[in-house]
Design a protein around this ligand. Structure first.
Ligand code: MN
Length: 208
């Protein structure tokens, strides 16, 4: 059992039987579990995929207009957006008109990931540091996305004053099956099986 390695929830957890209560266990971000990723489809002013990786307790986020591709020849533009709270990975619903990011969101894929050598390399970098330096590779274990991907900054960063732009690219491995992301209007939520249209019809109360 490595559940209590972080120590901070030891007392809380010691008082509870999580097979008998629905209270949250509380998951540390460091020890005992792999970091998560999520890909949401967001029907905002322009349709895009939001690709998010858990790093140091937040979701590092990129807006990927065409969505991730499992074809190693596809270079997908990925524009960084603000860090999102970890809980955002469960968000599926309608952001009301007039609000920031107004439009419908579905959780297209989610799972865990593992940083790969080449980003957290011989320089002893953490995954967060690799991202700061503009290149990180990782292995996704989702319901739809699998295998190694790389995120690489090709513009901006390091005090350049330019807006950052990155590429999300599938790395060659046995899981490079050549499939691009689906038509976002036909894609279904990995959580609820719903399309964007069905979530939109369920209305703002479906937001969570
Ligand atoms: Mn978005």
């Amino acid at each position: 059992m490595n559940d209590n390695r972080d120590g901070t929830l030891t007392t809380y957890r010691g008082k509870r039987h999580f097979d008998r209560t629905s209270e949250p266990r509380g998951e540390g971000t460091a020890a005992g579990r792999k970091p998560v990723f999520v890909v949401q489809i967001h029907d905002a002013t322009s349709m895009h995929f939001d690709f998010r990786l858990e790093v140091d307790g937040v979701l590092k986020s990129w807006s990927v207009p065409k969505g991730p591709s499992a074809d190693v020849h596809d270079k997908r533009l990925a524009m960084p957006t603000e860090d999102h709270p970890l809980e955002y990975r469960a968000f599926e619903g309608v952001i009301a008109g007039g609000e920031y990011g107004a439009g419908t969101v579905i959780v297209w894929d989610e799972g865990t990931y593992e940083p790969l050598a080449g980003s957290t390399d011989d320089k002893g970098r953490t995954f967060a540091e690799a991202l700061e330096h503009g290149h990180a590779t990782f292995r996704l274990d989702g319901s739809k996305l699998h295998g190694a991907y790389a995120l690489t900054r090709f513009r901006g960063g390091e005090d350049s004053g330019e807006r950052e732009a990155w590429l999300l690219v599938k790395k060659k491995d046995v899981l490079a099956d050549g499939k691009p992301a689906p038509d976002p209007r036909r894609a279904r939520s990995v959580r609820s099986g719903r399309t964007l249209k069905q979530v939109a019809e369920d209305g703002p109360e479906g937001a969570g």
